[in-house]
Write a protein of this length. Structure first.
Length: 674
C-alpha cells in the first residue's frame, strides 16, 4: 500500500510538472547559450568528450567565460549528437529529465527528514507537495529554460542525492556511496561544494540532538565530504584557465549588496512577480543605505529564526530549510560575480525554502488550533484547497515564464519592462529587433542602452552593424573602431570589424583584423571561416592551406573546413573575358523580384539563377533564391543560398534574416514527432 501511494503521488506531481512545461521544449537558445553551445565547435563532436575533462577551454568560445564544468559540456555534446545539430528540443528534453530526477530525489529527502521528526503516513503527501511546490514555482522556470544553466540543476541534483542517500541509507555511509552523486555535482558547478555545510547542519539537527557539545562529533562525521570538497576545490582552481574572469564589480560593493539580494530572493519565493532574465539592480555604494541596512536586518532575522526553530525537534525541518537557504547563497555572495543578483541563483536555495514552507504548513494542518473536530476538518480542507490553488497559480506563472523565454524578442522585451535601467537588456532587445530588420527601432534601444553602459564594446559593435544597415558607413566604422579601443584584446570587435571591411571590399584590411581575432581566440570558428573565405576569394593558397589544416585540428569533421582544405593550389583566378553589363544583371534581379511578388516562386528562382550566370557574385540574386525557397518550404536549398549570399556580402542584413528564418523552420520541422 505504501509503495502504491508513493507511485500515485510521484505520478501526479511529475505529470503536473510535465504538463506545465509542455510549452517550453522548443524555446530558443538564449544569452550565454550562444558562446557555450551554438558557437562552441567542440560540442559538435563526441570525440572531444575526453578533452572536456582535461581542457576547460572547450567550454566556451569566450576566454573570460571558460570554466571547468566537464559533465555539463559532455551533456551538451550528447544533446547535439541526439538532435543531429542544434535542435533545441533535445537540449530542453535533456535538462527536463534531470529536473524530474531532481524532484524525485528531493521528495525522498523530504520524506526521510519528516519521518525522523514525526513518523506519519501523511508525510508522504507533504514531501511530494514540497516537491510539487519547487517543480511548479515560476522562479525555477528561469533555470529550466536557460539551457546552459542546467549546471545549477545538475549540481543541485548531486547535492540533494548525496543528502538523500546519507539520510535514508545509513548502512551505506561507511562505503562513502553518498559521496558519488556529490562528486557528480562538483563536476557540474562549484556551488555544489556547499555540501559539507549542509550535511553538518543535517547531522546536527537530526542525528546529534542539536546540542552544543555535539559539534566535534558532527565535524568528524563530515570529514570525508570535507576532504572530497577540498580536493575538488584544488582541482577546480588548477583546471580553470587564467583567462577566466567573473567580470565583477568592486568586491566591497558586491558584498554589502548581498544581504539585500537575499531579501529580494526570499520575497520572490512567495511573490514571484518581478522575475527578469537580466536584473537592473546595481551594487550598493554605501553600507549605511536603507537597502544595505534592511538586508542586514533580514539576514539577522533569518539566523535568529533558524536558531529558534532548531530548539524543538518538531520545528527542526523548518530550521534546516532556512539554514539551507542561507548556506547555499554563501558561494555566490562571497565571490564577486558580474551581476549582483540573478534569478537562476535561487534554484538551490529554494530547495530549502520549500522544505521549510511545506513542514510549516503541515504543522498548521495538524495543530489543534480549532477545538471541535468538525471545525478542524473544515479548517484542514480549506488549508489544503488554498495550497492547491497556490500551486495552480504558480503553474500558470511558470507557463507564462516559458512563453517569455520562447524567442530572443520575447525574452529581452520582458527584460526591458522588468529591468528598464539595464543597458545590456536594452541592447539585447535592440539586437533582437535588428535581427528582424527593424533597424530604426533597434537604434533607439541601442541609444537608450548607451545611457547606462557608455563603455560597452558589444554595444558599439551592434551600433556599427545597425549604422551600416542604415547606410551610415562613416558612423559604422567609428563604432567598430571604438569597440576595438574599449576591448583591444577581445576577439569579437576585430571579427565584426573585419566582416564589415570585407563586405565593403577592403579585403586586405579585413584579413588583418581577422588574423588578429584568431590570435586572441584560436577557437573562434566565425573568424576562421571568414578568413578562409577571404583567402579563397583572393586565391591566396599559400595562406589558405595552412589555416585550413590548423582549423581541422580543432574541428576535424566540419564539412566547410574540409572543403577549403581540399582546394588545390592554383594561380589567382582571372576575371572572365567578357563581363555582363550591370544593367543586364540588375534587370534579371528585378524580373526575379517581380516573379516573387506575383507568387511565381519557381520563376523567381529561375530568373535569379540567370542573373548568377551573368554575375556569380550577386548577393541580391542569392537572396531572392533564399526568399523563394522559404516560400516553397525548401529549407535546405534556402540555407545553401543564404550561405552563398553571406559569403559574398557578410553584412547583408536581409539575407541574414532570410537565412535565420530558414534555419529556424528546418529546426522546428526536425523537432516534429514522426
Amino acid at each position: 500500500m505504501r509503495r502504491t501511494k508513493t507511485l500515485v503521488a510521484a505520478f501526479c506531481v511529475l505529470l503536473a510538472v510535465t504538463l506545465t512545461y509542455t510549452n517550453h521544449f522548443h524555446n530558443a537558445f538564449q544569452f550565454d547559450d550562444f558562446h557555450s553551445i551554438t558557437d562552441n565547435v567542440f560540442i559538435r563532436d563526441l570525440s572531444n568528450v575526453p578533452k572536456f575533462f582535461t581542457d576547460a577551454r572547450t567550454s566556451s568560445v569566450y576566454p573570460t567565460h571558460q570554466a571547468w564544468r566537464p559533465l555539463v559540456t559532455t551533456s551538451l555534446a550528447f544533446d547535439y549528437w541526439l538532435g543531429k545539430g542544434y535542435n533545441t528540443f533535445y537540449f530542453h528534453l535533456s535538462t527536463f529529465l534531470w529536473f524530474l530526477t531532481l524532484l524525485v530525489l528531493a521528495a525522498c529527502l523530504f520524506r526521510t527528514i519528516f519521518d525522523k521528526v514525526e513518523p506519519d503516513p501523511r508525510n508522504l503527501w507533504i514531501a511530494w507537495f514540497a516537491a510539487a511546490w519547487f517543480g511548479l514555482h515560476p522562479a525555477i522556470a528561469e533555470t529550466v529554460n536557460y539551457i546552459i544553466q542546467r549546471a545549477d540543476l545538475m549540481s543541485t541534483a548531486g547535492v540533494v542525492a548525496g543528502l538523500a542517500v546519507y539520510a535514508a541509507l545509513p548502512k551505506w555511509r561507511m562505503w562513502g556511496i553518498y559521496l558519488l552523486p556529490v562528486a557528480i555535482g562538483f563536476l557540474c558547478k562549484p556551488p555544489a561544494m556547499i555540501f559539507p555545510a549542509l550535511l553538518a547542519l543535517y547531522i546536527f539537527l537530526f542525528e546529534e540532538d542539536a546540542s552544543r557539545g555535539s559539534w566535534p562529533r558532527v565535524f568528524r562525521r563530515t570529514l570525508p565530504s570535507l576532504a572530497l570538497t577540498i580536493a575538488f576545490l584544488v582541482l577546480q582552481a588548477t583546471m580553470t584557465p587564467k583567462s577566466f574572469s567573473p567580470g565583477s564589480v568592486s568586491a566591497w560593493r558586491y558584498l554589502i549588496t548581498q544581504p539585500y539580494v537575499w531579501f529580494r530572493y526570499f520575497v520572490s519565493f512567495f511573490l514571484p512577480f518581478r522575475l527578469s532574465a537580466d536584473t537592473d539592480l546595481f551594487a550598493l555604494s554605501r553600507l549605511l543605505s536603507l537597502e544595505a541596512l534592511g538586508g542586514l536586518l533580514f539576514v539577522a532575522a533569518l539566523v535568529f529564526a533558524t536558531v529558534i526553530f532548531s530548539k524543538r525537534p518538531a520545528t527542526r525541518p523548518v530550521a534546516f530549510g532556512l539554514g539551507w537557504f542561507a548556506l547555499s547563497l554563501i558561494p555566490t555572495s562571497v565571490f564577486p560575480l558580474a551581476e549582483v543578483e540573478n534569478d537562476h541563483r535561487m534554484f538551490l536555495p529554494f530547495v530549502g525554502l520549500v522544505l521549510a514552507g511545506a513542514w510549516t504548513g503541515a504543522s498548521i494542518l495538524r495543530s489543534g488550533a480549532v477545538s471541535s473536530s468538525a471545525r478542524r476538518r473544515e479548517f484542514q480542507a480549506a488549508l489544503v484547497a488554498g495550497a492547491l490553488c497556490v500551486l495552480f497559480l504558480y503553474a500558470l506563472g511558470t507557463r507564462r515564464r516559458n512563453e517569455v523565454w520562447r524567442t530572443q524578442d520575447s525574452l529581452w522585451e520582458d527584460v526591458t519592462l522588468k529591468s528598464p535601467q539595464n543597458g545590456r537588456g536594452l541592447m539585447n532587445y535592440g539586437l533582437a529587433r535588428m535581427s528582424a530588420g527593424d533597424y530604426r527601432v533597434a537604434l533607439n534601444y541601442f541609444e537608450r542602452a548607451l545611457q547606462y553602459t557608455p563603455n560597452y564594446p558589444s554595444l558599439e559593435i551592434n551600433l556599427g552593424i545597425d549604422s551600416s544597415a542604415l547606410g551610415r558607413d562613416t558612423e559604422a566604422e567609428a563604432h567598430f573602431r571604438r569597440a576595438i579601443a574599449l576591448a583591444p584584446t577581445d576577439f569579437e570587435p576585430h571579427y565584426y570589424y573585419g566582416r564589415w571591411l570585407r563586405g565593403k571590399g577592403r579585403s586586405d584590411q579585413a584579413i588583418g583584423e581577422l588574423r588578429t581575432a584568431i590570435g586572441f581566440n584560436r577557437a573562434d570558428m566565425n573568424s576562421r571561416l571568414l578568413l578562409l573565405a577571404s583567402y579563397a576569394d583572393q586565391g591566396d593558397w599559400a595562406q589558405l592551406k595552412p589555416l585550413a589544416m590548423e582549423t581541422l585540428q580543432i574541428t576535424p569533421n566540419d564539412p566547410e573546413v574540409r572543403r577549403y582544405a581540399s582546394m588545390q593550389p592554383q594561380t589567382r583566378p582571372q576575371p572572365p573575358a567578357q563581363t555582363a553589363p550591370a544593367s543586364a544583371v540588375d534587370s534579371m534581379i528585378n524580373l526575379s523580384l517581380q516573379a516573387y511578388q506575383k507568387g511565381d516562386f519557381e520563376g523567381c528562382i529561375r530568373d535569379a539563377k540567370m542573373a548568377l550566370s551573368l554575375r556569380k557574385d550577386s548577393a541580391e540574386a542569392w537572396n531572392n533564391i533564399i526568399a523563394a525557397n522559404n516560400a516553397l518550404h525548401r529549407w535546405d536549398e534556402a540555407i545553401h543560398a543564404g550561405r552563398e549570399a553571406l559569403r559574398i556580402k557578410p553584412d547583408y542584413a536581409l539575407a541574414q534574416n532570410n537565412l535565420r528564418w530558414a534555419e529556424s523552420q528546418k529546426a522546428q520541422q526536425a523537432a516534429q514527432p514522426r
